[in-house]
Design a protein around this ligand. Structure first.
Ligand SMILES: [Zn+2]
Length: 95
C-alpha cells in the first residue's frame, strides 16, 4: 500500500461509475460574477455524471487563482511533481 498523498478514486462518489478518470485541464470558475481560469488543474472527472473531484492540492491551486483569496497573496506552487505537459498537448483552447 502506497501513501503518496495523492487522492485515489476508482469509482465516482456521485454515480458510482468506474469511468471516472484523472485529468489535467484548465478550470474556469466564477466568483461574484467575475470569471477566472485556473490553468492545468489536476482532478478527477466523471464523464458519466459530470462530477469533478478535486484533491487538496487542486483546491489550493484554485484558491490561489481565486479573486476571493487574491488579497492574501497566497502563493501556492503546483507541488514537487510538475504537471505532465505532454498529456494534454494539442487540445484546442478556443471557444
Ligand atoms: Zn459520476
Amino acid at each position: 500500500m502506497t501513501m503518496n498523498g495523492k487522492l485515489q478514486i476508482k469509482t465516482c462518489p456521485t454515480c458510482g461509475s468506474d469511468k471516472i478518470q484523472w485529468v489535467v485541464r484548465d478550470v474556469t470558475r466564477k466568483y461574484k460574477g467575475q470569471t477566472y481560469t485556473v490553468p492545468s488543474v489536476e482532478y478527477y472527472d466523471c464523464p458519466n455524471c459530470g462530477e469533478k473531484v478535486y484533491d487538496r492540492e487542486a483546491m489550493l491551486k484554485i484558491e490561489a487563482y481565486s479573486p476571493a483569496y487574491r488579497k492574501t497573496r497566497v502563493l501556492v506552487r503546483a507541488g514537487t511533481h510538475t504537471i505532465a505537459a505532454g498529456a494534454i498537448k494539442g487540445r484546442p483552447t478556443t471557444g
